[in-house]
Write a protein that binds this ligand. Structure first.
Ligand code: ADE
Length: 227
């Protein structure tokens, strides 16, 4: 998979070069290409923003540098092109899994008060939000999206099982996990997990997943309740 990111702040993407995702990057499981939009500005001061037509607060990213940067990195429109924006469809595990099926993805990160609508109309396939709040730019949203979708790409996680049992995989939150020591600060690991009876472990985990989902995210069980 090849992921292009267009941003005014490529240095913000350092976190993707560490830990699990960094290891997958080093191993060549995916390719991350960071493009500085400013490098494509034809303005003599490399300006990439301007005042909004119609007035109002803040600055808008101008269309030319973005248009030229996209044309340079994806001339044949082979990538699924995504603009990170609070106006977009909300990212979910299901959406991340669907995005992971693309061989090429391109993420455009906006800044200031947004991006000239014409470059979105001309170049972008979809808008994606990571939640109902507003960030100062699309970079963190792009990183969240990339991290969550890469977990569905083969060979990114150590074991193919890890993405199966986790929260949201069956519209349930994950059951609690424990490791050694068996007693920590007076708190014991539940007996069922140390008894070695796999059937009982599975039953306990399923019931804990339901209990935690009901407590923290009853909306996830709602569909089931409605039927
Ligand atoms: N840019 C600013 N806020 C955002 C959000 N919530 N999701 C995606 N991109 C954004």
């Amino acid at each position: 998979m090849t992921i292009d990111v267009l941003t005014l702040f490529p240095e913000m993407f350092a976190p993707l070069k560490t830990s699990v995702i960094g290891r997958a990057l080093d191993a060549g499981v995916f390719d991350l290409r960071l493009t500085d939009i400013r490098a494509y500005s034809k303005d003599k001061h490399l300006k990439c923003d301007d005042y909004p037509y119609g007035g109002g607060a803040g600055m808008i990213m101008t269309p030319q540098p973005i248009y030229d940067a996209i044309a340079a990195v994806d001339p044949q429109h082979e990538a699924r092109r995504i603009y990170l924006s609070p106006k977009g469809e909300t990212l979910t595990a299901k959406k991340a899994q669907a995005l992971a099926q693309n061989e090429r993805l391109l993420f455009l990160c906006g800044h200031y008060e947004g991006v000239d609508q014409r470059v979105l109309d001309l170049c972008i396939d979809e808008e994606l939000s990571i939640g109902d709040y507003v960030l100062t730019g699309g970079e963190l949203a792009a990183m969240v999206t990339i991290d969550s979708l890469l977990r569905f790409v083969p060979h990114v996680l150590g074991s193919e099982d890890s993405a199966r049992d986790e929260s949201f995989s069956a519209d349930l939150l994950e059951y609690p996990q424990y490791t050694r020591p068996r007693v920590f600060m007076g708190l014991s690991v539940p007996d069922v997990l140390v008894d070695g009876h796999h059937g009982n472990v599975d039953k306990w985990r399923a019931s804990e997943a339901r209990r935690i989902t009901k407590q923290n995210r009853p909306d996830l069980l709602k569909e089931e309740n409605d039927t």
